[in-house]
Design a protein around this ligand. Structure first.
Ligand code: SAH
Length: 220
């Protein structure tokens, strides 16, 4: 009996995910692999069980420590800009709930993810493997990237940065893309920096978004 109830729940969640994917497709996301990843990942597992009904709405949600799991559309938009291919090495700054890392893993990337809040780092580092996702977790300051593991095919920053950190641009391969929301107020401009050669970058802007801030030089 219990198993049956659980199956029905899963069926219901699948339906809700399909609706969510339709919604973000209508909002302009075209990358099929991004949509497939969102359709597959059980976002309700990332929210406290008392908020299950919110899991498949296209909205951000609090995850504790004053941080949020990004809105699915925003996750999809940033991921689409990364132009992910299987086997790529991708650095994520701002692990948070781990949801974005799972989207990248579903798309076949090797993911390195950095978080500066110790209890979020600890929580996500034990939770993600429990649902079958295994990025490499790092506790530290994302402004510095991960020089030891560089260069990366692409880098995604999931918090609002007052400026583009030089260290992150340095850690891109030639041809690599950095996706970063830039702005020190409440609103940021989604920006891509593509490394055209060792000395040349191309910058493009993609409209406004709202993120929690990328915080510098403090540890919890
Ligand atoms: N990608 C996350 C979004 C989390 S919100 C998800 O899918 O849930 C942004 C995260 O960036 C927060 O967890 C915040 O603590 C983290 N963050 C902020 N400044 C940072 C920094 N300098 N280095 C690493 N992580 C940082």
């Amino acid at each position: 009996m219990k198993a049956k109830v659980k199956d029905q729940e899963t069926y219901k969640h699948k339906g809700l995910r399909k609706k969510l994917v339709d919604e973000i497709r209508k909002k302009g996301i075209t990358d099929k692999n991004v949509l497939a990843a969102i359709e597959k990942i059980q976002r309700h597992l990332f929210l406290d069980s008392s908020f299950l009904e919110f899991a498949y709405q296209d909205k951000p949600f609090p995850i504790g420590s004053d941080q949020t799991i990004s809105q699915p559309y925003t996750v999809a938009f940033q991921t689409q800009l990364l132009k992910v291919a299987r086997g790529q090495k991708i650095l994520e700054i701002g692990t948070g709930s781990g949801y974005q890392a799972c989207v990248l893993l579903e798309m076949g990337a090797k993911v390195f993810t950095v978080e500066r809040i110790k209890n979020l780092y600890d929580r996500t580092k034990s939770f993600l493997p429990s649902i079958g996702y295994n990025p490499k977790f790092f506790y530290g300051d994302g402004y510095k990237g991960l020089p030891t593991y560089a260069p990366f095919d692409s880098i995604i920053v999931t918090a609002g940065a007052p400026y583009v950190p030089d260290d992150l641009v340095k850690q891109l391969k030639v041809g690599g893309i950095l996706v970063i929301p830039v702005g020190d107020g409440e609103i940021q401009i989604m920006t891509t920096i593509t490394k055209i050669s060792e000395t040349q970058n191309e910058k493009k802007e993609w409209g406004t978004f709202r993120f929690v801030p990328l915080v510098e030089n403090k540890k919890h």
